[in-house]
Design a binder for this molecule. Structure first.
Ligand code: 7TS
Length: 404
């Protein structure tokens, strides 16, 4: 492939041992693959300085503590947070949203209040708010989407009122690929005094993304070249100071008597128990790797691949693509008429092409699109135009198999 996007995807691919064969991996929105640099950083931790953190005074424990804390600083820098105190490590984006639901929302949302989400949310940014509304008597409201898969921004003025306590919105849809205008949403929400949670699970890995004025922002390490089991909650320091902890126990305290406890400094107040040190080390290495590639380059490369994929898929008879947003992430969801997406994915797998099929944890959105399921390809830095070509060839084979 020609280097037209500032990325040499073939060279990058060689950094990912799982991609050393012929596999065409088109499911990075579910989880990304991991480069050697990340795998090695985690191996080195286990081989050379595995110890619990914030406890021992011996050398390797200090080394582990330093690496763990440095990972918080690395994340803070990467997303433009003011300090590591605003970065809480959790298991994944889902847990980060639940932390906000339990610690912030249950204390701040009352009967008659409203929580506003969009019609394109992943279950992770929908189900916790359904729970909060049921528990508190608040009402869940929705920003609609238009036929292109974009939010109907003009309705926001009507939907956001003094009753709106929280606007929880995805930055990039994991189905439609829509890149939402987060700055605009935050500006509108803050006008009525609402807090904003940004689900950045599909944006932080793929484009330069800064926390800006967001109150809360969440993402997962495993979608950005990092390991599973580590995710991030960013929250403005002022909110974290007022919030009660989510989990209680060791590490999150400063002083304990038989009757009472005082909380540790931020961010440790929200990190009870022995944390995922290896995960933090891996996430820091992943960020280092992505910085080496350059997030602008990641975005440009995925834009190029997505445009190419849409162009190619559009030429295949029977293919319907869902969503035509003007700003789109590296995600293309589609169906092939007459073939269930699970069957399609299964035949594509026979040709070493990995795509996701199903409801993509966005069942209400799929229902709104009038389909129960669809296939989805999603790109990352190691994908090339050749991968798209291989997909198109494999779809052609599937068409023959199913006689469509
Ligand atoms: N939010 C969005 C927008 C997502 O796409 C996902 C995962 C999550 C939240 C949850 O992330 P987790 O790491 O807590 O599970 N999306 C997908 C997907 O599209 N296919 O598999 C997982």
């Amino acid at each position: 492939m020609k280097r037209t996007t500032g990325i040499d995807a073939r060279r990058i691919r060689s950094d990912f041992p799982i991609l050393s064969g012929r596999m065409v991996y088109l499911d990075s929105a579910a989880t990304s693959q991991k480069p050697n640099k990340v795998i090695e950083a985690m191996n080195t931790y286990y081989k050379k300085y595995n110890a619990n953190v914030h406890r021992g005074v011996y050398r390797i424990s200090e080394e582990a503590t330093e690496a763990y804390e440095a990972a918080h600083r690395k994340v803070a820098d990467f997303i433009g947070a003011q300090s590591h105190e605003e970065i809480i490590f959790v298991r994944n984006a889902t847990e980060a949203i639940n932390l906000v639901a339990y610690s912030w929302a249950l204390a701040n949302v009352k009967k008659g209040d409203e929580i506003l989400v969009t019609r394109m949310e992943h279950h992770s940014n929908l189900v916790p708010w359904q729970f909060v509304c049921k528990k508190t008597g608040a009402k869940l409201k929705f920003i609609e989407i238009d036929k292109n898969g974009e939010l109907v921004y003009d309705d926001m003025g009507k939907l956001m009122t003094s009753r709106t306590k929280l606007v929880a919105v995805t930055h990039v849809s994991n189905v439609l690929g829509t890149v939402n205008d987060i700055s605009r949403i935050i500006k509108e929400a803050h006008k009525v005094g609402a807090r904003v949670l940004v689900d950045a699970a599909q944006s932080v890995p793929h484009m330069p993304a800064r926390v800006g004025d967001a109150d809360f922002l969440v993402f997962s390490g495993h979608k950005m070249c990092g390991p599973t089991g580590i995710g991030v909650l960013y929250a403005k320091r002022a909110h974290l100071e007022k919030m009660e902890p989510f989990l209680y126990g060791g590490d999150m305290i400063s002083r304990v008597t038989y009757e009472n406890a005082e909380w540790n400094a931020l961010p440790w107040k929200f990190e009870a128990g022995t944390p995922n040190v290896a995960g933090a080390v891996g996430l820091a290495a992943a960020i280092g790797y992505l910085e080496g590639v350059g997030m602008e380059n990641v975005r440009t490369h995925e834009r190029m691949l997505t445009e190419y994929a849409i162009k190619k898929l559009s030429t295949i008879k029977g293919v319907t693509i869902y969503g035509r947003p003007r700003e789109r992430g590296g995600v293309v969801a589609f169906n092939l008429a007459g073939v269930h997406p699970h069957d399609l994915a299964s035949v594509l797998d026979d040709y070493n092409v990995c795509v996701r099929a199903g409801h993509h944890c966005a069942q209400p959105l799929l229902n709104a699109l009038g389909v129960g399921a669809c296939a989805r390809v999603s790109f990352y830095i190691y994908n090339t135009r050749d991968d798209v070509d291989a997909l198109v060839v494999a779809i052609g084979k599937a068409k023959k198999v199913f006689g469509v």
